[in-house]
Write a protein that binds this ligand. Structure first.
Ligand code: B12
Ligand SMILES: *[C@@H]1O[C@H](CO)[C@@H](O)[C@H](O)[C@H]1NC(C)=O
Ligand SMILES: *[C@@H]1O[C@H](CO)[C@@H](O)[C@H](O)[C@H]1NC(C)=O
Ligand SMILES: *[C@@H]1O[C@H](CO)[C@@H](O)[C@H](O)[C@H]1NC(C)=O
Ligand SMILES: *[C@@H]1O[C@H](CO)[C@@H](O)[C@H](O)[C@H]1NC(C)=O
Length: 160
């Protein structure tokens, strides 16, 4: 009985060692969030090395028109949503609203009070360096020095 208990303990401790090695492996790779649009975020509050990202909000479609930007400096590299939150702290105009979708994360409904609308076929479109993002705010992880444009546009303009 005691022998059996000991061997179970041995098996359990081997498993613990294996799983902690896996965690270590993940830790050494903090800049890599795996395949595109991976929803699962690291469990830590602050992740990755500090990076600088510029966020630009632009609305030339319907009043009130505006364009402004925020330089989010020295923030740990993680999902875009986190940078948008920091931008909202730096500049009140970056206030935004969002809706959570299972498996996709947050859809950004409005920025600075301007709301996308199904009847008007409008939405906040995300792009970087002239290329549309293929992931949403909860899964896109920006790079250091990147400038992300949030452009209020129509489905047609964005090619939907
Ligand atoms: C239609 C569509 C849109 C429409 C939705 C509005 C509408 N009236 O239909 C519009 C044009 C607004 C849109 C926008 C975007 N989309 Co879109 N969209 C789709 C598409 C083609 C179909 C969704 C659908 O109708 N499903 C069927 C309905 C019954 O299910 P549903 O859960 O109610 O669908 C809703 C959600 O999908 C939501 N939605 C649509 N897109 C996105 C994106 C994100 C990140 C979230 C959280 C929710 C969301 O709107 C749908 C209607 O309410 C899917 C591809 C697909 N086949 O799923 C991509 C898709 C969901 N979109 C995608 C992306 C990347 C975007 C954008 C980030 C693109 C961009 N560069 O700006 C933006 C969102 C920006 C923001 N403001 O947050 C990706 C998401 C990838 C990911 N895992 O993050 C998909 C999977 C396409 C792809 N690249 O493969 N989208
Ligand atoms: C971000 O910007 C700050 C201030 O300009 C600078 O000191 C820092 O080195 C930059 N970080 C990176 C990773 O470039
Ligand atoms: C639709 O577009 C019109 C004209 O730009 C605007 O006045 C109205 O507020 C928009 N509707 C919604 C629900 O956003
Ligand atoms: C930006 O886009 C241009 C042209 O599409 C490309 O040559 C350049 O390498 C891109 N820069 C970055 C930082 O992605
Ligand atoms: C932004 O949206 C406006 C309005 O739909 C559009 O004219 C413009 O081409 C879009 N793109 C950029 C990069 O401003």
């Amino acid at each position: 009985m005691v022998y059996r208990g000991l061997s179970l303990l041995l098996v359990a401790s081997v498993l613990v060692v294996i799983s902690s090695q896996r965690k270590q492996k993940g830790k050494g790779n903090q800049d890599d969030y795996g395949p595109p649009c991976q929803l699962q975020q690291p469990t830590c509050g602050l992740c990755g090395r500090p990076i600088n990202v510029t966020l630009v909000a632009k609305n030339i479609l319907q009043p009130p028109f505006f364009q402004f930007s925020a330089n989010v400096l020295n923030e740990p590299k993680r999902e875009l949503l986190s940078f948008l939150e920091k931008a909202a702290e730096l500049d009140a105009r970056f206030k935004f609203t969002s809706t959570y979708f299972r498996g996709l994360g947050y859809f950004i409904d409005s920025i600075n009070g301007v709301v996308g609308s199904i009847p008007n076929q409008t939405f906040w479109h995300f792009s970087s360096n002239g290329t549309a993002l293929q992931c949403g705010a909860t899964s896109y992880v920006p790079r250091d020095g990147e400038s992300v444009l949030f452009n209020f546009t129509t489905y047609a303009e964005a090619g939907h």
